[in-house]
Design a protein around this ligand. Sequence first.
Ligand code: SF4
Ligand code: SF4
Length: 375
Amino acid sequence: MIQPAINPPFWLLAELTYRCPLHCVFCYNPVNYANIKNELSTAEWIRVMREARALGAAQLGFSGGEPLLRDDLDELVAEARKLGFYTNLITSGVGLNEKRIASLKQAGLDHIQLSFQDSTQEMNDFLSSTKTFELKKKVAGLIKQYDYPMVMNVVLHRHNIPHVDKIIDMALALEAEYLELANTQYYGWAMKNRQQLLPTREQLVAAEATVNAYREKIGKQCKLLFVVPDYFEERPKACMNGWGSIFLDIAPDGAALPCHNARELPGLDIPNVKDHSIREIWYDSQAFNFFRGDSWMQEPCRSCSEKEKDFGGCRCQAFLLTGDPAATDPVCSKSPNHHVVKLAIGEAEKRDLEPVAQEFPLIFRTDANSKRYAG
Ligand code: SF4
Ligand code: SF4
């Protein structure tokens, strides 16, 4: 039965595949992705899109892994366009040659977001464990040539945050209209590498000052988005704008998730689109209802005047840092576990910035490493 208080999903994120030619150390895919098989078929994705659109979803992101590895991407984009979705391709650029971009344009793709790992070939190729820097620059040219706004995304951490000026210069040289400087979020592979990726406060302050100086200088030429990582804040982010509120993520195997990392949480009965309609999943499933509202909250969130603002923070972060998915997000200074975040920052402050510490070697997102985590 539909509960009138629940709004329909607005965002549909179609994670078409966990396969990816890159091996990023901060990848947000599950660390055990190698064990997650049975990708949805073209027909199953089309049914998902139709049902989500009928429910009210309007924005559709195609991501992965690398969504271009799916040969049916063009067909899915064409169907999404027919259904009236605004479509966004989130890509590393690998596989986006001229033939493919022309075909995607023809299919009606609205928007492309291209990721870089750094402004230098050396760091870009090291962090992704591939030789993709020059190729990404070519793809950036194709995106402009095919009249798309150039939207660039760079994940920031202690190894590239000192290059933020060079990253902005690169974005300007490639005529980007938007540059998202996304500070690493510590889930998935990034959590495994947290010791190696957390920046120091000094690095962050310097990077923010650089971004602000560029904003003054370049005006509207390129919109710079820079969000301070929540570890350095006193309040958590309003994760997903509230659990089961606007965001619906479908994983490659058809698992339906209220956020990318929700399959890691204990106690959730994750529904699959192979067994249920999108309507059943959104309104009636145990997983989507679990953290809706505030009846699940513990103190201090339960009686907090700010709970409508941040919904107690991120459930996945609460679980990763405390072992309890219903705990207050430890990023919050009111959390009894706030010290675990402070401790992580304190340890990052103590470590040498150069060279990359040998004490905690970086763990790359590879099938072999994933199989180890999958057990
Ligand atoms: S973060 Fe890197 S490895 Fe992970 S899906 Fe994106 S491009 Fe691939
Ligand atoms: S106590 Fe909970 S609701 Fe209050 S600000 Fe912190 S995380 Fe948000």
